[in-house]
Write a protein that binds this ligand. Structure first.
Ligand SMILES: Nc1ncnc2c1ncn2[C@@H]1O[C@H](COP(=O)(O)OP(=O)(O)OP(=O)(O)O)[C@@H](O)[C@H]1O
Length: 330
């Protein structure tokens, strides 16, 4: 059984999910060893939505696999409810559910049948039919419950996958890119449900490379890149790590943007993404100085080569860009 005392010893507080300097290395035949997760540490208490935000291939799914016991850490320790998931998988999965990237539903069955099948398989106790009705209502699929899942949109299938994960009444939920390819209404429905569940005490790990999802849902965000933590904090804390105000300049071509980036390199923070150059500003008066210099052609570009400019507050994309020098999108 879980040993809450040992968990407290590790973290100083009760965490539902905890990783302590965890690494995962893959040995690929004929190739160098590959580090998919590198010394990753974080703790998720009860009722928190904790987001892993990172580009494709940054190690998010590998981390989820560690937490649900599908993978063993090469180094470090993973604890879920005080247990090591790869050793106590069955026990851990009694209270932990996963909404994986692939929906893996039965197309030829309807939504209700899919959930009844899952509930029977996992031995859900109590009145299964009533519980299936409840989770269908929660994800707003009651009206379509008797339709074959093969006829559902991608967004409806994702909502049904969420309902399936919730059927076992988990205390912790792992969401692997839950709104990938999902329409706007379904996305909002998924976000609303997840927020309600966390407010009710469920701990949620959300993996995404979708910035708006992290900004909307997460209580804390860990930005990862190439398996390693880049920065961690609340949205406000992360934004405070970078220059708050920025001037975003779109040039006529990537070449012009590159020349301007080079000519501006003495300024505070200058980053480039294709034909867009972003300049971190100490205050709005500086924006006028930079624009005046551009107008005079002092930054390697002629005024007519500037397609647009705007002032904006820093977002998570800027945090990622400043820490890694690369864009979060890829
Ligand atoms: N079994 C494996 N053997 C070798 N390499 C692996 C294995 N599983 C994952 N990787 C590699 O580890 C890295 C991290 O993969 P992972 O699936 O965790 O990333 P991710 O952040 O979830 O990406 P995505 O957003 O595309 O789902 C990738 O480079 C991937 O190719």
């Amino acid at each position: 059984m879980a040993d809450p005392a040992s968990l407290r010893d590790l973290t100083g507080h009760d965490s539902v999910i905890e990783l302590d300097r965890v690494s995962v290395r893959f040995h690929r035949r004929g190739k160098e060893e590959f580090v998919a997760v590198r010394e990753l540490s974080f703790a998720i208490p009860r009722g928190q939505i904790f987001c892993l935000l990172g580009p494709n291939g940054s190690g998010k799914t590998t981390t989820i696999n560690l937490i649900c016991g599908l993978r063993k850490p090469t180094d470090g320790q993973v604890r879920v409810f005080g247990q090591e998931p790869h050793k106590e998988r069955k026990t851990v999965l009694r209270n932990l559910a996963v909404m994986p990237q692939e929906t893996a539903l039965y197309d030829s069955l309807n939504a209700r049948e899919n959930l009844l099948f899952h509930g029977n398989y996992y031995g859900v106790s109590g009145d299964l039919k009533a519980q299936v009705g409840e989770v269908l209502k929660l994800v707003q699929l009651t009206d379509r419950q008797n339709d074959r899942v093969g006829t559902y949109s991608g967004g409806m299938q994702r909502r049904l996958t969420l309902a399936r994960a919730l059927l076992t009444k988990p205390q912790a939920l792992l969401l692997d890119e839950p709104t990938l390819g999902v329409d706007v209404q379904s996305r909002q429905a998924i976000w609303d449900r997840v927020r309600e569940l966390a407010d009710g005490g469920m701990s949620v790990l959300l993996s995404t490379n979708y910035m708006e999802e992290a900004e909307t849902l997460a209580d804390r965000i860990l930005i990862i890149d190439r398996g390693a933590a880049v920065a961690e904090g609340t949205l406000a804390e992360l934004k405070a790590k970078v220059t708050a105000l920025r001037l975003v300049l779109r040039f006529a071509s990537p070449d012009v943007a590159q020349a301007a980036e080079h000519a501006m390199s003495a300024l505070h923070r200058v980053t480039r993404d294709d034909q867009v150059v972003t300049v971190g500003l100490e205050g709005s008066p500086q924006a006028l100085e930079v624009l005046a210099a551009l107008q005079q052609g002092r930054f390697g570009a002629q005024p007519r080569q500037i397609e647009s400019f705007e002032l904006k507050d820093a977002n998570l994309q800027d945090v990622f860009l400043e820490f890694t020098g690369r864009s979060l999108r890829n």
